[in-house]
Design a binder for this molecule. Structure first.
Ligand code: NAD
Ligand code: TYD
Length: 353
């Protein structure tokens, strides 16, 4: 891994991953290709923007000419695809862009990488690729659908996505799989659980609740709040991706989870207690249509086969996350003073119980 294309690097996990790479690998060239949608924020990368190992290109992963140009210029040996429309609620109101970016964008990246990495791109029967190249697709546990009270997702759990977002991610996973099976493309797919940590856009549960607590706003809990997510500290996720890039067996899928199953309502109460607010702020609102009840990741494969393990407990991860948002009020202020407000008002206006 030397010349690496990180897509969606101005978003939450992608920016954390770029920080992780620049901190842990000296001899590396990182190119961040990001369209800067509402979720892309170059402030997330302000500390590294002058690092000579880092380059930014504004653009769409679905723009073949641009992706070609970047491959010609930087001769990537590694692609990590974070770029996506990532919010379930937005996918319910506006699914089209999820299919375009998440499926067709992924296929464009795969196709350009194949052309540059295949030893003889014109020989349709050849499976030979250059040494040391890899495409990694960052997927999600949501492709497996929802669990009942028991059980966990393993890598062999059948895909059964329930939202337009997870359907688009599952479709992308199938395209990645097809590039491996049909062309012999060196790929890995990682499927992680819900991430939390610095730089997360406040449309997602944890930063939204922290921001609302700090500004004394109501805390909109969907339905009974007993839905369960399996939380993963973003830095642990970044370390897991680096591990899969280095040691992952080509063609394999790896689940990444932090062994932290929590009900939403308990997270909201933890944030209330940590910020010294009152539970009176909690408002139960209408549930999300098609809301998945429970996710839980079995991470046995990556822990036993590749030797990765999460370093943060939920308690330490949440303490440093809340501390980060408390000490980065300006970062949040810039986001919530823009188009965010009209999103928030529209999203939460009509779901009162
Ligand atoms: P995010 O929404 O914070 O960031 C997405 C980034 O992609 C943004 O910077 C955006 O500008 C960029 N982008 C969107 N469309 C683009 C396009 N067409 N071309 C180039 N860039 C584009 O998302 P995130 O939370 O950082 O998630 C990153 C990846 O991880 C996604 O693929 C998501 O499906 C997956 N994932 C996220 C979580 C989570 O908890 N956040 C959990 C599981 C999987
Ligand atoms: P979210 O952060 O959107 O992630 P995902 O839907 O991908 O799991 O939501 C996490 C959980 O929190 C999910 O069960 C929905 C719930 N939720 C609320 O109860 N209220 C909110 O305002 C939001 C954004 C989420």
């Amino acid at each position: 891994m030397k010349n690496i294309l990180v897509t969606g690097g101005a978003g939450f996990i992608g920016s954390n991953f770029i920080h992780y790479l620049l901190k842990n690998y000296e001899d590396i060239c990182v190119v961040n290709l990001d369209l800067l949608t509402y979720a892309g924020n170059l402030d997330n990368l302000s500390q590294v923007c002058d690092d000579p190992r880092y380059h930014f290109a504004k653009g769409d992963i679905h723009d073949r000419a641009l992706v070609e140009e970047l491959f010609d210029q930087f001769a990537f040996d590694t692609v990590v695809n974070f770029a996506a429309e990532s919010h379930v609620d937005r996918s319910i109101t506006n699914p089209d862009i999820f299919l375009t970016t998440n499926i067709l964008g992924t296929q464009t990246l795969l196709d350009v990488a194949k052309r540059h990495w295949k030893l003889d791109p014109d020989d349709k029967y050849s499976y030979e690729f250059k040494e040391g190249v890899k495409y990694l697709q960052v997927s999600t546990d949501e492709v497996y659908g929802a669990l009942g009270a028991t059980g966990m997702f393993t890598e062999t759990t059948p895909l059964a996505p329930n939202s337009p977002y997870s359907a688009s991610k599952a479709s992308a996973d199938f395209v990645v799989r097809a590039y491996n099976k049909t062309y012999g493309m060196p790929v890995n797919i990682t499927r992680c659980s819900n991430n939390y940590g610095p730089y997360q856009f406040p449309e997602k549960l944890i930063p939204l609740m922290i921001n609302n607590c700090l500004s004394g706003k109501n805390l909109p809990v969907y339905g009974d709040g007993m839905q369960i997510r399996d939380w993963l500290y973003v830095e642990d996720h970044c370390a897991a991706i680096a591990t899969v890039l280095e040691k992952g067996v080509v063609g394999e899928v790896y689940n990444i989870g932090g062994n932290n199953e929590k009900a939403n309502i308990d997270i909201v109460k933890l944030i209330i207690n940590s910020t010294g607010k009152s539970e009176d702020l909690i408002v139960h609102v209408k549930d999300r249509p098609g809301h998945d009840r429970r996710y839980a990741i079995d991470n046995t494969k990556i822990t036993t086969q590749l030797g990765w393990a999460p370093k943060h407990t939920f308690e330490t991860g949440m303490a440093s996350t809340i501390e980060w948002y408390l000490s980065h009020g300006e970062w949040m202020e810039k986001i919530v003073s823009g188009a965010y407000m009209s999103y928030y008002e529209k999203m939460y206006a009509n779901n009162k119980l």
